[in-house]
Design a protein around this ligand. Structure first.
Ligand code: ADP
Ligand code: MG
Length: 469
């Protein structure tokens, strides 16, 4: 029954091997771009009792890794070696000179001098200082989510509960969740706000099972005034963790405690997820965040850049041209945009000079390559209508005759498979259809593909037309 448990079993290999296999998993999880930009910068120092010490070259990298990848790193480490209880990331400036094979140590801001190193333990997950409402830039794609989050944290009496925020990666869900936490703490200073990712919830749950201490586990969560759970999609397929979470969640709601949850998809798209859970989620307020449009991307990046400069005492400058180049080219999500900014800024920092657009392009070579290759729904609609010899207007129309309906389903299916767009977004692109229509299309095409090999070939052919190698 507890299949999650077996995954967390220990292995006996030594630290270096353990770390290598964690690296492999991280690479598989996040892909080469993230791996090479961030994770590769980690060197392990030593294991001291139960604390594993890491070195990274700069404070940016440390903060970035801490807020984005540390959860996963700790989780994978624990699978390899349950002894490791905490991770401490130190900054070693000499590493940044090595990064470029330059000995420019004198030019590097000594980041240790004005920031103390922080440590993260498995048990606590503090709210991130940078994720507050006033740092969240609002645009058409996120204003509903923002307004709901704000209202949720300002109202003492819940007019809706729980709040569920969903959207693709890097669009600001975690930022809003932390903001709610901060705001509630500010309003009611002694309120017990518990923030954690679904992954960490599972980790703690397994730990409590192992230590035969589920009582205090339950106690801890049920005594929260506000529970914020990030990335619930992580629990898909993890039955025992879901069950446990459902009990925690229901008892909090029954006590009228606030619950905020984020996910990468709407409650109804959580597939085989606990049905009662899904319906309780849908019973609260459900809002989505869409990818940011250019103006919003530009304001976000300008703000982030100002923050960076403040934190670094205005040492290095990027031109507006570089900022607008970034906002124009990195379109996938805010996290990648911010990653690109940090990378460019770090390089300017290390090189000790201003970076222009040309240099930006070469620093971000890999990232730009992959975002240029990103497939759009328009492109899919174009290729599919060509293939079936129908007009795009008919493809997205409401006409239900087979000649149009089947290609439409094919195009919806491919949009789901080949882009990162959410189901509601796809529905909108197809004449404002509901996301359930998209789900239906995906199912239908999958069925046809497996029962009809000619049809399967057609789909493969169209896919190849869209993604030439
Ligand atoms: P998600 O949880 O949806 O994957 P995050 O909340 O981690 O995304 O956001 C990724 C990064 O982008 C964070 O550093 C966050 O501060 C930033 N970000 C996203 N949206 C906004 C926004 N509207 N304003 C400012 N920063 C944003
Ligand atoms: Mg997140």
């Amino acid at each position: 029954m507890f299949q999650d448990l077996s995954k967390a079993q220990s292995s006996n290999s030594n630290l270096k091997d353990q770390w290598n296999s964690v690296l492999k998993k991280l690479n598989a999880e996040y892909g080469n771009e993230v791996f090479n930009s961030w994770i590769k910068n980690i060197t392990i120092k030593n294991l001291d009792e139960e604390v594993l010490h890491f070195n990274v070259p700069t404070r940016f990298i440390r903060d970035w890794i801490t807020s984005h990848y540390l959860d996963k790193i700790i989780y994978f480490l624990n699978q390899e070696n349950p002894e490791i209880k905490r991770v401490k990331i130190n900054i070693d400036n000499s590493l940044s000179a090595n990064m470029l094979n330059l000995d420019k140590r004198d030019n590097i801001v000594n980041e240790n001098s004005f920031y103390s190193t922080s440590s993260s333990s498995v048990d606590e997950w503090p709210l991130d200082e940078r994720f507050k409402f006033d740092k969240f830039v609002i645009g058409p794609s996120n204003q509903l989510a923002f307004a709901s989050a704000k209202r949720f944290s300002e109202n003492i009496e819940n007019d809706f509960n729980p709040l569920y925020i969903y959207g693709g990666v890097g669009l600001g869900k975690t930022h809003l969740l932390h903001s709610i936490g901060w705001q509630i703490k500010e309003r009611v200073s002694d309120s017990n706000v518990l923030y954690l990712s679904a992954e960490r919830f599972m980790f703690q749950f397994i730990k409590s099972l192992r230590q035969k201490d589920t009582m205090s586990f339950k106690q801890k969560f049920r005594s929260a005034d506000v529970l914020i759970l990030d990335d619930i999609q992580f629990m898909v397929g993890k039955i025992s963790t879901q069950e446990e979470f459902f009990h925690t969640f229901s008892s909090l709601l029954d006590m009228n405690k606030k619950v905020i949850i984020s996910g990468d998809r709407s409650p109804s798209d959580l597939g085989s997820f606990n049905e009662r859970m899904k319906s309780r989620l849908s019973g609260g307020l459900v809002v989505d965040i869409l990818p940011a449009e250019y103006d919003l991307r530009f304001s976000i990046i300008t703000n982030k850049y100002r923050e960076l400069r403040e934190r670094n005492k205005n040492t290095y400058e990027l031109s507006e041209e570089v900022l607008s180049f970034l906002a124009k080219t990195v379109t996938s999500n805010v996290r990648e945009l911010e990653g690109a900014l940090n990378k460019v800024y770090t390089f300017s920092n290390i090189l000790g000079k201003k970076i222009d657009v040309e240099l930006t392009k070469s620093v971000l070579k890999d990232l730009l390559k992959s975002s240029n290759r990103r497939i759009t729904i328009d492109e899919i609609q174009n290729k599919v209508s060509n293939y079936y010899n129908i007009k795009i207007d008919d493809l997205v129309s409401s006409r239900r005759i087979r000649t149009f309906a089947r290609p439409r389903q094919v195009a919806m299916y491919l949009s789901k498979k080949l882009t990162t767009r959410s189901l509601p977004e796809i529905g909108r692109k197809f004449g404002g259809r509901d996301h359930t229509t998209v789900i239906h299309a995906v199912k239908k095409i999958e069925e046809l593909k497996s029962s009809n090999s000619k049809f399967d070939e057609d789909i493969n052919l169209i896919t190849q037309m869209i993604t030439p190698v």
